[in-house]
Write a protein that binds this ligand. Structure first.
Ligand SMILES: [Zn+2]
Length: 286
């Protein structure tokens, strides 16, 4: 048998949680264990307000108001068949999209639809898929006999979904962001949504073109130090360094789970082991 695994600082992980102060009715519904954990964090936060309920970082906007509450449901055999059909000869992206559309009940009270899915930030879409996994298979990801890449020992590991790293927005309702570019220029950008993701997915095997697609969509304007502003500049006209700066900003700022960034400390050898979590791990091989 293997030694127990030390997981990284749990107290830092309530990132997808919501503030009880901001949503008192949901805070009331919180479970005792969740509240107990919340005492350790700076702000009163709760996670998982109801069984299949969650609070998104950004949500959807209707007539000037943002709606962040959402509900998912457990996957059924019919979903499994639909997802398998989407997966045959297809991509993880199609499987993801099928999961999201089928098992999200509503966002902000509006039934899930391709339109709603397209509006959501990529990070909100990922938070929904993690919630669907929780509703379907529970909180813990179990790994058995995982070879430690550092020492070779086989590790049995339990990873609670709540332990996966995640990013929050400082100002969830802020739509535009400024990014400093070279030579004193400033870009105004927005964060990519499902619609942008879909457009990128349509471009095959050309990373530069995919980058241009995202930049063409998400860079709203570039302002030079002398005040001249170019609205929606073609991505090809941006400097290469500026393109990378903006893409880096969009990647870092996007809220939501960072499944690929998960790592744990293997107690036997004391080493930090990267364990990127993918869709197949979340859904047991779907
Ligand atoms: Zn090890």
């Amino acid at each position: 048998m293997t030694e127990p695994i030390v997981l990284p600082e749990f107290d830092n992980f309530g990132d997808q949680a919501i503030s009880g102060l901001e949503a008192p009715e949901e805070a009331t519904a919180a479970s005792q264990s969740v509240l107990r954990e919340a005492r350790n964090s700076g702000r009163p936060r709760i996670d998982d307000p109801g069984d299949n309920q969650l609070t998104l970082e950004r949500g959807i906007c209707r007539e000037g108001t943002w709606y962040r509450n959402a509900e998912v449901r457990e996957l059924t055999g019919a979903d499994e068949e639909a997802i398998a059909a989407a997966g045959v000869g297809s991509s993880a992206y199609r499987v993801f999209e099928t999961l999201l559309l089928r098992a999200t009940v509503h966002v902000g009270g509006e039934p899930m639809s391709p339109k709603v899915a397209a509006e959501l930030l990529i990070g909100d879409r990922e938070a929904l898929v993690v919630a669907i996994r929780r509703a379907s298979f529970g909180e813990n990801l179990e790994f058995e006999r995982l070879p430690c890449p550092r020492c070779g020992e086989l590790v049995d590991l339990t990873v609670p979904l709540a332990a996966l790293p995640s990013v929050t927005l400082d100002e969830p309702e802020r739509v535009n962001f400024e990014v400093a570019l070279r030579h004193g220029a400033m870009a105004t950008v927005r964060l990519p949504t499902g619609e942008d993701q879909e457009a990128v997915f349509a471009i095959k095997n050309n990373k530069a073109k995919q980058d241009s697609e995202i930049l063409g969509r998400c860079v709203l304007s570039v302002t030079q130090p002398d005040g001249t502003e170019v609205r929606k500049p073609p991505a090809q006209t941006l400097r290469m360094a500026d393109r990378q700066t903006i893409l880096g900003f969009l990647g870092e700022t996007q809220p939501g789970p960072r499944l690929a960034d998960f790592s744990f400390t293997h107690e036997t050898c004391g080493e930090e082991v990267a364990l990127p979590i993918n869709l197949a791990m979340l859904f047991r091989g779907l």
